[in-house]
Ligand binder design. Sequence first.
Ligand code: NAD
Ligand code: IPM
Ligand code: MN
Length: 358
Amino acid sequence: MKIAVLPGDGIGPEIVDEAVKVLKVLDLPFQLDEAKVGGAAFDAHGHPLPEHTLKLAMDSDAVLFGSVGDWKYDKLERHLRPEQAILGLRKNMGLFANFRPAICYPQLTHASSLKPELVAGLDILIIRELTGDIYFGQPRGRREAPDGEFKGAPEAFDTMRYSRPEIERIAHVAFQAARKRNKRVTSVDKANVLETFQFWKDVVTEVHAQYPDIELDHMYVDNAAMQLVKAPKKFDVLFTGNMFGDILSDAAAMLTGSIGMLPSASLNAKGQGLYEPSHGSAPDIAGKGVANPLATILSAAMMLRFSLNQEEAASRIERAVQAVLEQGLRTPDIFSEGTRKVGTVEMGEAVVAALKAQ
Ligand code: NAD
Ligand code: IPM
Ligand code: MN
């Protein structure tokens, strides 16, 4: 089982270290190969996604990714910025299906910024299309406004687009995932304004005809944002495009207590996957030893389940995380009265200890 380990920037190396410790206790035949990515790779090799890093990822069964980005790179030309590394990995590996499960563990009901009764028992699966939409549409750039009131003025533009096969394949993923859950899919769009998302809605409706056992409803993205904080438990599978999924998954993260709890899996058609926390490099807390490593550890569990066919090991990790929460250990982001505040390393080592104790 070849795993490419790409820690990246900011808190990336701190949280990936803990996930690697957890993997190592499992005593499975892993080959872990590490490479630089993001700002760290730019500093060392002049590019955020060097050829050898991309090749290592492409040749592996799975990628364990930390996070990339730092304000100090914001002035670089776009193609050299750290974020291009994760976008390049997603595109080059064809990782079109992004799973972001937002689960509120019973121990963290009081860590959420919402009232406990709204989040108790929450279990939503966000499925985000990851290689299309305005993220990758061409053309994009800067120019003089070609027409309108501000004709001739400098302007910037991006292209929002989705092709039929791109929508079809992710719709199948969403319906099939719903089959293993409560059989309800909410497709989130902006069909009332955007042609791209009217097309999305039409194609999703067509694909749905093949899944008569699944309940489908459609919701505009603005309403979805509201419903997520009003009555989040009404969702089962929340299914949407790349940009809306980016935004809604951060909002959903807070229902679980912290963005430091939200793992993710990004899969391609070959079953290869990249596993990363849904959060970023958190430059504001990097180097302080306080980042929550659980989203990354839970992403490693998803990696075992989805790419490495190790269901038992995956659920062992998930049980160990629950055990540690049960012991009352909390990084500052999920701390509440009556629990014990710990740092990144202590949290990771507690998961390791809980695994050994099973
Ligand atoms: P962020 O997710 O890094 O941080 C947002 C807030 O959440 C911060 O206050 C941070 O301290 C907190 N936070 C995030 N992860 C945490 C954790 N594990 N434990 C405790 N607190 C945590 O988002 P941002 O500040 O908007 O972006 C910072 C950088 O990260 C930017 O360069 C951005 O582009 C990049 N980014 C990268 C990825 C990725 O690598 N996939 C994802 C999102 C953002
Ligand atoms: C995420 C991040 C990325 C995204 C950035 C860093 C490119 O926010 O993984 O959610 O927008 O997809
Ligand atoms: Mn994001």
